[in-house]
Design a binder for this molecule. Sequence first.
Ligand code: GTP
Ligand code: MG
Length: 369
Amino acid sequence: PDAIMVQELANRMAERVSDVVKSLMQMGMMVTQNQTIDQDTAELIVEEFGHKIVRVSDADVEDVIDQVVDSPEDLKPRAPIITVMGHVDHGKTSLLDAIRNARVVSGEAGGITQHIGAYQVEQNGDLLTFLDTPGHAAFTSMRSRGAQVTDIVILVVAADDAVMPQTIEAIAHAKAANVPMIVAINKIDRPAADPQKVRTDLLQHEVIVEQMSGEVQDVEVSATTGQGLDQLLEAIALQSEILELKANPNRAASGAVIEAQLDVGRGPVATVLVQNGTLKLGDIFVVGEQWGKVRALISDSGERIKTAGPSTPVEVLGLNGTPEAGDVLNVVETEAQAREIAEYRAQAAKDKRAALGAATTLEQLMANA
Ligand code: GTP
Ligand code: MG
């Protein structure tokens, strides 16, 4: 059988040789660092050190991730995060494009193409952050996560259609998240447009708009002609003022992944919405089961930036793997911490899946019995 020198074994495990010798002594083997041990003994030692090295717990993870509550004097006003929701084809993306195009500084015309599914615009000197949500049913879970990062929901309802299943779903999300809603009655330019029908339809879902003497702001808009866009932006500004949104830009960043994909040229790329703190080049972070070091930050208009503060959507490069939409990003101090937390989470998720798998099998067994 193979044998290994104690010194060599310690080196390979990146452990102190004195610790290894001590462990061997506890096992009843009196050896020095220059003596060899057999493979079975070596395996026992590896196992023992293995156990000690990698075990972390939920509590350790929470400790590493900065949970410090910001004191009021550190809080600064931040841009509202506005999520556009509604039924498929009711015009969410068109409306966002229209707002963006109307607000893009002239001379920047070439840069109008939306780079990521989130962007910021300026309205009377204040910034507004917009998030699009895909209308497809497969994105239901992401949309529900979207409601957690959002401050205001714009519910888009096509005036020539009606309140539809995903409209109702969006209302439910906004209510569950306790987020104020603004109703945008879109496609008002269409001959078949009947905004009053939309308002009465909404009553059935306990959304009472201002025109119906309720408190939910409603605005008639057309993404195609641009009608009503200014009123919509005013409605947002009003709602945002009431919310008095704040964050601390001077701390380690935390945020949420809006979308992520493996890019052929650039590797894993995540669009992150910074929710607190400031994300900087070189920051080490953990995001869901992945970790990384910020190699580049790319703004909504495709420019490389060095920092991204609260409410800023930004593309992050430098990940070691692709996270999932809805994953939370936290900046930590060291690569070792980031790796440890990511590995711990990956293992925990794996264990959970295995447990779920076993449960299903058991259920199936019971059902078949
Ligand atoms: P999903 O992302 O698939 O859920 O759709 P969406 O809600 O983002 O709708 P999108 O913006 O893709 O618009 C759907 C269709 O409606 C497109 O053909 C748009 O050109 C059209 N549309 C959107 N807004 C308006 C509008 O105000 N007036 C008219 N006439 N057409 C519109
Ligand atoms: Mg869309």
